[in-house]
Design a protein around this ligand. Structure first.
Ligand code: AMP
Length: 275
């Protein structure tokens, strides 16, 4: 069922809880996997259903051109949602999400502004993400929401926001060669699609290194060798995204290739020198 207004959404949801999968549309198998997780949670907990929001959020784009060309494929998206097990697709207007005059003030958690990661290259992005997530939670009132590990820093930011909604992670879905699926991959031109696999190769090579600095250097070398313009290639504490400590670590990459900004990440496991 596709709904566009708050009243239609409320009529669908009734008084029962739901699981939310927030998206910007142009859906692919990665999104389908998140919806399948949502639908399984719905069955396990006897909730109303899994709802998918499709909203290209203007406040999280730093580049107007990126917002303008963001793919809009509603017909195919609705079919994918249904096939993956969503009960409701909510496509709100900008006015519904951001009514004039209303301004949801959000406090950015520390994990959003860690130096050298997303905030350094997309200033204001996480303020936009926190704002839209707060609004979408207000509009849809979910029990739980599913977010992809593909956007690792975003997942940690949303977890740290403090909104009372259970945040469930979904693993990154990849193409056969390892490239993380993304709505923007369709803009890779000519040999760029083949070269983009360097991101996955870099994450794999990071895990062959014993120390975090060596892992960062190995990632940088793999990316530059393929001609990618690296924004960051970093190993951080997986949860706080501060310096690596005793907790699990994560290798994170953002790099530009042609007109596309690729981001990806993977667990990074420190190998003991004595092994
Ligand atoms: P977006 O693609 O920006 O609309 O993101 C909507 C949700 O899908 C976010 O929680 C993303 O982290 C998630 N997502 C995007 N790409 C993938 C992928 N390849 N695998 C799993 N989840 C993904």
């Amino acid at each position: 069922m596709v709904v566009h207004t708050q009243a239609e959404y409320d009529a669908w949801r009734g008084g029962r809880g739901c699981v939310l999968v927030p998206t910007m549309g142009a859906l692919h198998a990665g999104h389908a996997a998140l919806i399948a997780i949502g639908a399984a949670l719905v069955r396990a907990r006897g909730l109303a259903g899994c709802a998918v929001t499709i909203f290209v959020n203007p406040t999280q784009f730093n580049e107007p051109a990126d917002f303008e060309r963001y793919p809009r494929t509603l017909g195919a998206d609705v079919r994918l949602c249904r096939d993956a097990g969503a009960a409701c697709v909510f496509v709100p207007s900008v006015e519904t999400v951001y009514p004039t005059g209303a301004r949801t003030e959000v406090q950015l958690p520390e994990v959003a502004t860690r130096p050298g990661l997303e905030d350094a290259f997309r200033p204001g992005h996480f303020a936009g993400v926190c704002r839209v997530v707060s609004r979408l939670f207000e509009l849809t009132r979910p029990t739980a929401a599913v977010f992809g590990a593909k956007d690792w820093q975003q997942l940690q930011v949303v977890r740290a926001m403090g909104h009372g909604v259970e945040i469930v992670p979904g693993a990154t879905v990849r193409e056969a060669d390892g490239l993380a699926m993304s709505s923007r991959n369709r803009f890779l031109r000519g040999d760029e699609r083949g070269r983009a696999v360097a991101v996955w190769r870099a994450l794999t090579q990071a895990n062959a290194q014993r120390t975090a600095p060596d892992a960062e250097a190995a990632m940088m070398a793999a990316l530059q060798q393929a001609g990618l313009e690296v924004e960051y290639a970093a190993v951080r504490d997986a949860e706080t995204l501060g310096p690596v400590g005793a907790q699990p670590a994560r290798a994170l990459i953002a790099a530009r290739l042609g007109s596309v900004r690729l981001i990806d990440n993977a667990p990074w496991v420190e190998r003991l020198a004595s092994l």
